[in-house]
Design a protein around this ligand. Sequence first.
Ligand SMILES: [Zn+2]
Length: 158
Amino acid sequence: MTCMEAQSLITGFINDELEIEELEEFIKHIESCSECREELEVYYALLTAMKQLDEDKNLSQDYSKELKEKIVQTQEKIIHLKYNYYRKKGVLVTIIIIMAVLFSIRYYFYTQEPENPVVESKFRLRYSFMEKRFDEYKTELDRYLEEHKEEGTTLPIE
Ligand SMILES: [Zn+2]
């Protein structure tokens, strides 16, 4: 993070509006750059005093000390959020592994028994049923044709 970037985040930091990634980079920069640290202290004193006046509160005695506390709290917050993030990620990875194992077990059994006996017998049952129905229909049709054969020949055909 450059000094320009860090200084553009100062107000965001004071108002607690930064994202965790920004916050982490910002703190890192502030810790190592005395120029930006001074800038932050000035802005912190100014903005906090303005806010306190606005809310009719007593002005703080030591802004520098308050800022130090805020930085320490922020560092703790970053560690806490990061820990939670990795813990959640760890849970997610575990779920994915379990699901992958379950799917591969299912796939293994599926390839071991390509023919499901229940499905096959059901299919055969239905097939023979349909066959019977078709035969019935066929004999009925034959009978009908036989009965109407005489009529058919008497139809006027030119
Ligand atoms: Zn800097």
